[in-house]
Design a protein around this ligand. Sequence first.
Ligand code: LLP
Length: 430
Amino acid sequence: MTPAAAAALPGAPFVHWRDGRLWLEDICLQTLVEQHGTPLFVYSQAAILSALAAYQRGLAGRDALICYALKANSSLAILKLLAQAGCGFDIVSAGELERALAAGADPARIVFSGVGKTPAEMRRALQAGIGCFNVESEAELETLNAVALAQGDGAPAPVSLRVNPNVDAQTHPYIATGLRDNKFGIAHDNTLAAYLRAAALPGLRVLGIDCHIGSQITSEAPYLQAMDRVLDLLAAIEARGIALAHIDFGGGLGIDYHGEAPPAADALWHKLLARLDARGYGSRKILIEPGRSLVGNAGLCLTQTLYLKPGAHKNFCVVDAAMNDLPRPALYQSHHQIVPLSAPAPQTPARVYDVVGPVCESGDWLGKDRLLAVRAGDMLAVLSTGAYCMSMSSNYNSRPRAAEILVSGASSRLIRQREPVHDLWRLENP
Ligand code: LLP
């Protein structure tokens, strides 16, 4: 896509062309590159808050709590922004718990998911006073019970059991989590027995039920199916005298990377609430755990073209961001749009390139077969990289992690410094 093609970019709200340059909100991205270098992640505060507002509209008037799944992007400034906007958090490790607390989260608004919580993590979460443990196995129930009973105050641990509803989320197999063959949750058929056991354990206080069927879900059908399966169970559990104060429907809503058209969060929740109402559970407390859909389209990664390698069979455009910064293409063959930061210089030929990073692996590519009019030195933006990019980045090839900027209107703020190279071996003992 060239600057002439469109003033606004699909799947990249608050990104637009102005005078032949790419802007995010009221900031010219070229100026950020000049100040901070590349690779550089840049996020739009307005895009994050408007994604959140869609959920808030969809759930307006309900007893609902949006628990941002911070694995999507756990940078403190983003957590703080979302906490201040009223979010709770869905965590999956003690590290995420400490991050959420460091960002000012209210522990009572934190739910703790994950198949492998350690006793030490359980103790810390109990001590912090988190809102709920989303328990994923019968064995975990027993461990959590023992940990809670051994705590000084003897207060029972608040629990919800994560059901695996065996629903196909129609997404990449690595990020489908609600199928029978996935490691997540308690099998639908075993859930009632697990609730009876949980209710009998003195160290536990049964609070709710939850599910999460996958990520990058682009239609409403799997949600409706999962909701029906969870409500069937809820009825059976309550018929046995166990009251469930809340239902947590997980996260998973997809975003537009490359022409996908997932339902808007408010439209999705309009439909889901209609089903909930029809089944008589409309006044139940609702929790949700969105990650990607709050931050994914709000971020981009700026990178500089280092070399062009035209070839007989392939042309390569080698850039300074790599799979350590942007692991999603290598892991899931995911598509991220790649656009120049400026209109091409006159007479720059447009060619089809594989856009690749400097890391020594053939899997280190950011985009395949992209038509680009670029020269060495030109800047590019990799779009829709606000979720599962920085949070999954690594130091492979001893590459320091990128810097991050949060943009709001005409102001921008460095929210994470570029990692100094000597920090890479700070904890080592040669
Ligand atoms: N709740 C639970 C229990 C989860 O496991 C997840 C994501 C979420 C909520 C948030 O899901 P979201 O709304 O972000 O789809 N790295 C992969 C995605 C992994 C998702 C894992 N679980 C990717 O880059 O596509």
